[in-house]
Design a protein around this ligand. Structure first.
Ligand SMILES: *Cc1c(COP(=O)(O)O)cnc(C)c1O
Length: 362
C-alpha cells in the first residue's frame, strides 16, 4: 500500500501562470523556482513553466541543474553570488546576478578573464531592510557597475515588498514611491536595463507595481498570496495534493486521551482514524486540534498531537476503514487552511515535504 504521496498537477502550474498574465498582460514573468520550486520539484516545475520568460533561484546549484537540463531561459540568482570564485561559472552559464552588497560590487570590479560580461540586477532596499542597497547609494553603485568591464551595460533595478500580502498596510505604497524616486538616476546609468517590483501578492493586489518584470512565486504553486482567503479567491488551482491512507481505526469511550501528551480527549464515545502521515513527512507538528483532514472526500478534525509517522483524526461514527484515502491538502482542501491552523504559511508546508514522500507528476 502506497502511503504519503505528493501528486503534482503540472497543468495547474500552467493555469496559474496564465492567471499571472491575466493580471498583467504583456509583462515578462520571472517564475520563482527557488527551494526546489517551493518543494514541487525543480525540473518538473521548470518544464511546466517553460513559457515564463525567466526563472529565479536562490542557490547556484539550482541554476546549474536548470542549465544542465537544457533550459536556456534567463536565470536570476536572487541573492547573487556568495563568493567571488563563483563568477567564472556564472559567466560561463550566462546567469544573471543580484548585487546587494558592496563586496559584490568590488568583486565584479576586480574579476577578470570572464567568458562574457554578467547581467546584473541592482537590488534596492526600499524599506524591507533585508537585502539591498540604500536608495541614497544607488547612483554611486550604478555608476561603478556601469564602469565595470565584467558587467553588461543593460543594468537592471529591482526591489522587494515586505507587506504586499496585507491590504491594510500602506508600506507597499511607501516602498514603491522610494523605488520610483530612483527612476531618473537609473535612466542615466543603464542602456536598456529593466526594473522589477512585484511578487505574487503585488501581482494580485497592487496593480501600480506592475512594471517591468513580474516575480511570482507562491501563486504559481496554487496557494493564496494574501494573508486572508484561499487560492480559489484568485482563480488559482492547487498544484500539490498530499495524500496518504488510514492504517488503523479505533473505537474509544468517552473521556479517553489520544496521542502524545494526551493533548486531546474524547468528549463522547467516538471513532479515531490513524493516518500514515506525520512531521517526518513534512506535515506540521503544530497543527491544532480541529485542523481539517479529508477522508473519503469528507472533512474531519485532527485530534491530538501530530507524531513523526502518524496523525489521528476524530471521525465520529463515520464508516471509515483501513486503506481509506486521505487528503492532507490539495484539490479538496486548500493548503492555506492547514497552514493557518498550524500557525504557518503554505510556503513552509510545501517546502517542508521530506524525502520519504513519493512524488508523482500528472
Ligand atoms: C521568493 C521571491 C519572490 C516570490 O515571492 P512570492 O511571495 O512567493 O510570490 C519574489 N521576489 C524575490 C526576490 C523572492 O525572493
Amino acid at each position: 500500500m502506497e502511503v504519503a504521496v505528493a501528486t503534482i498537477h503540472t497543468k495547474a502550474l500552467a493555469h496559474n501562470l496564465a492567471q499571472v498574465r491575466r493580471h498583467a498582460p504583456n509583462l515578462p514573468v520571472m517564475a520563482m523556482l527557488k527551494a526546489n520550486a517551493y518543494g514541487h520539484g525543480l525540473l518538473d516545475a521548470a518544464h511546466a513553466l517553460a513559457s515564463a520568460e525567466a526563472f529565479g533561484v536562490a542557490r547556484l546549484h539550482e541554476a546549474v541543474s536548470l542549465r544542465e537540463a537544457g533550459f536556456q531561459h534567463r536565470i536570476v540568482l536572487l541573492e547573487g553570488f556568495f563568493d567571488a570564485k563563483e563568477l567564472a561559472l556564472i559567466s560561463t552559464l550566462s546567469l544573471d546576478v543580484v548585487v546587494h552588497q558592496r563586496w559584490q560590487l568590488e568583486a565584479l570590479e576586480q574579476v577578470n578573464e570572464l567568458d562574457k560580461p554578467i547581467a546584473v540586477w541592482l537590488k534596492i532596499d526600499s524599506g524591507m531592510h533585508r537585502i539591498g542597497v540604500e536608495p541614497e547609494h544607488a547612483s554611486k553603485y550604478l555608476a561603478r557597475l556601469q564602469a565595470c568591464l565584467s558587467v553588461r551595460a543593460d543594468i537592471n533595478l529591482m526591489t522587494h515588498f515586505a507587506c504586499a500580502d496585507d491590504l491594510h498596510n500602506t508600506m507597499t505604497q511607501q516602498q514603491q514611491a522610494n523605488f520610483e524616486a530612483l527612476y531618473p538616476t537609473f535612466a542615466e546609468h543603464t542602456f536598456g536595463g529593466d526594473i522589477s517590483l512585484a511578487n505574487s501578492a503585488a501581482i494580485v493586489a497592487h496593480s501600480s507595481s506592475h512594471q517591468g518584470w513580474l516575480r511570482p512565486g507562491i501563486m504559481l504553486y496554487g496557494a493564496s498570496p494574501m494573508q486572508l482567503g484561499v487560492a480559489a479567491d484568485h482563480q488559482l488551482q492547487a498544484v500539490m495534493t498530499l495524500t496518504s491512507k488510514v492504517i488503523a481505526v479505533r473505537d474509544l469511550a468517552e473521556g479517553e486521551p489520544v496521542g502524545y501528551g494526551a493533548r486531546w480527549r474524547t468528549d463522547k464515545a467516538t471513532r479515531i482514524a490513524v493516518v500514515a502521515m506525520g512531521y517526518g513527512d513534512g506535515y506540521p507538528r503544530h497543527a491544532a486540534d480541529g485542523t481539517p483532514v479529508v477522508i473519503n472526500g469528507r472533512r474531519y478534525p485532527l485530534a491530538g498531537r501530530v507524531s513523526m509517522d502518524m496523525l489521528t483524526v476524530d471521525v465520529g461514527n463515520a464508516d471509515i476503514n483501513v486503506g481509506d484515502a486521505v487528503e492532507l491538502w490539495g484539490q479538496q482542501l486548500p493548503a492555506d487552511e492547514v497552514a493557518r491552523a498550524s500557525d504557518t504559511i503554505a510556503y513552509e508546508l510545501f517546502c517542508g515535504i521530506t524525502r520519504r514522500v513519493k512524488y508523482q507528476y500528472r
